[in-house]
Design a protein around this ligand. Sequence first.
Ligand SMILES: *Cc1c(COP(=O)(O)O)cnc(C)c1O
Ligand SMILES: [Zn+2]
Length: 416
Amino acid sequence: MGCFFEGLHCRECGASYPGGPTAVCSLCFGPLEVRYDYPAIARAVSRQQLEARPKTMWRYRELLPLEGAVTVGSEVGFTPLLRAQRLGQRLGLSDLWIKNDAVNHPTLSFKDRVVSVALSRALELGFSVVGCASTGNLANSVAAQAAAAGLESYILIPWDLEPGKIVGTLVYGTHLVAVRGSYDQVNRLSAEIADRHHWGFVNINLRPYYAEGSKTLGYEIAEQLGWRLPHHVVAPMAGGSLITKLAKAFGELETLGWVEAGAPRLHGAQPEGCAPIVNAVKAGRDFCQPVAKPLTLVKSLAIGNPADGPYAIAAIRDSGGDAENPSDAEVVAGIRWLAECEGIFAETAGGTVVAAAKRLAERGVLAGDQRVVLLITGNGLKTREVLEAECPPPRTIGPSLGEFEELLSEDRAVAS
Ligand SMILES: *Cc1c(COP(=O)(O)O)cnc(C)c1O
Ligand SMILES: [Zn+2]
């Protein structure tokens, strides 16, 4: 296989850089982004060739930033894209689909995609210690995939994360550090640590590579719909990287001639208690006002000062998209609706997306017969405490048919 990855360039001033462990332009402080030779990719691989490859995100390897073969996470991705008829009925959407990254390998969130790319690149760049600043899912995935690759890892999190995400990180034998502070403080500290110790932090000095992994969600949606793009995609936003890279992915597919022109409208979802990107879109601003103290049970999306905020706003606006910020109560209802209608247990970010889609449908932004894809990016078993009030303990009976029949007749009486 050839290498079509041409190094980095600055999103703001266009300056070129070699493909090193750096995320910021030294001339203007703009973010660096990976560049590819698209004409060469179009000559080297066709849709048909790609379809014959193993069903993982690495079938799109020409569009990912490695010099050699994938070394970490070669089984990640190609999660189910499901028709969601029953949820669609509830929302008044007749062509609704779910991209289910709640069952991504190996740690049940979309973060497995970005970590696979970042750690494969970290090995190419010679790092032996890796890490991240995380709101939870990234911690799980870096710990797991670093363990599988035999890399030492240091992971920093805000001190108030859900127990499921803490145990689901520690089990892999990482060095987990809880920081008394917000995610933004954790992030700043992580940047200092990566710099001082020359470690590869996936969402800091390896961020340009990490971010490319998100594009595979977009490629998979297109391929799974028969190389046709939907009218709308509703995406959760934390730092704003995923939605920005979805736009890049759909644009690349058009550039390569693999789909017809007409990219989807991209809609962003954040919880009311931490919605700097949604607030900016609603106010017509092109920059985010940071949220100093996120107040929401959606901890996976609780980033008060999103690194890719202005680019996420631009991606939404340029696509003709919109944004919504449901309350925590709506988020929990969204988790219930998805579970009851489709049998999928999503974490709080998934509830945020369902609740945002409900609002967008009510506003007529999502029209009834248009094709809509909801991104479900994390698994509900990691954040089950948010449902404790909703799901009281089961009724308990003795091991006798008589007691069961009594219970059943109560149920029947309630139902009639
Ligand atoms: C990280 C994450 C996202 C998206 O994060 P960005 O920083 O916007 O790329 C979405 N959903 C879940 C569950 C996540 O953990
Ligand atoms: Zn620059």
